[in-house]
Structure formats: structure tokens, C-alpha cells
Ligand binder design. Sequence first.
Ligand code: GTP
Ligand code: MG
Length: 189
Amino acid sequence: NTLKLIQTVYEIDQLEQLPAPQIILAGRSNVGKSSLINCLAERKSLAKISATPGKTRSLNYYEVVPHGYYIVDLPGYGYAKCSKTERAKWGKLIDSYLEGNAYVVAAAVLLDSRLSPQKNDIDMLSYFIQCSIPILPIMTKSDKTKQGDRAKIQNQWQDILKVKPMCVSSKTGMNRTNLWNLLDRTALP
Ligand code: GTP
Ligand code: MG
């Protein structure tokens, strides 16, 4: 599989319906969403990454070639360094995107493998659950954690979500193929 950037949306009125299955990539700022896009695509800078949280400020549609479904990279939440109005604007953009969008098949929610469950992650997960969107939990930056510590956090998430998160690393490519298989299985009939 490869990824192709199809559309970048900053404003609600730029949103248009793309009639194909869509998997959302969501998670707090800096958790590694854009890095995971690059890892999946095996490209260094398809998606812009940054050590400063809040890099991605748009909805980015990536087409999965050759399957024709989309991965949609969302702006991160919980970014402290931006203004409240800007944060509210992102919230509205995401709300409008999800509203009545029957093409969203799942949300891949990225969770930092170094952190035990955090309130803002649980808030985001609750939001997707309220919208009846199935969740694919993914633990990022696994190269930065020891297997034992990671397993503990994985179990904590499993208790909450009833699903065990998949551990990935964009740096080492850990579980890259397994993640592609999971995404394909989720998006394709
Ligand atoms: P926003 O666009 O701000 O929402 O952030 P994001 O979730 O897209 O995060 P991004 O991919 O920009 O990565 C944030 C930082 O984490 C960068 O400095 C990355 O190099 C680093 N990072 C991301 N994934 C990994 C990983 O798997 N391992 C390690 N070691 N660092 C990572
Ligand atoms: Mg990003």
C-alpha cells in the first residue's frame, strides 16, 4: 500500500464528501499522527512533523493506493500553546466533518505508550463512542518504552476499551505491516 495526499482542509466550507470509506487518525498533539502517516507510506516527509505540538492544523485526506479508502489525519487535541478561539475552530471543523458522515468506518486513536490513560484521551475516545465510531487503539513511540512498562499500559487501556491497543513505532517500523492489515480489514468490505 502507498498513501497519496488528496486534500487539505482548513475551513468548514472547504469540506466535501469523498464517497469512500474513511479511517480517522486522531490523538493528542505530538502523539505521532503525522509520523505514523510517513511510516505507513515509507516516506520521510509526506506529512509534516514537528517536535512542537500543534503542527497539523488541517484535516488531511490521504488516499490508500490501490484500495481507494482514505486515512484522514486530524489536528491534534489538547494543544496548550494555541488560543482558545483556534482550538474551538478545530473542534467545529472536526464536528462538521463527522456530522452525518456515513463513510467514517473507524477512528484509529493514537495513545502515547509512555503514559497511562489520560483524561483528554478518554474524553476523545468517549466522543467517538458517542458518535458510534468503532475505535482502533494504537500505542505510539514504542521504541521509547520497555516491553514490560508498555504491557502494563496496554492492559490498562484494554480494561477501559475492551480491546488491546496495537503497539507501533514510526521510528523502527514496529508492527507497520500488522497495522496496514488492520486498516485494510477495517476499511475494505
Ligand atoms: P500534531 O500535528 O501537533 O498534532 O502532532 P502529531 O501527532 O502529528 O505528531 P508528529 O508526528 O508531528 O510527531 C511529534 C514528535 O514525536 C516528533 O518530534 C516526532 O519525531 C516524534 N515521534 C513521532 N513518532 C515517534 C516514534 O514512533 N518514535 C519516536 N522516538 N519519536 C516519534
Ligand atoms: Mg501532525
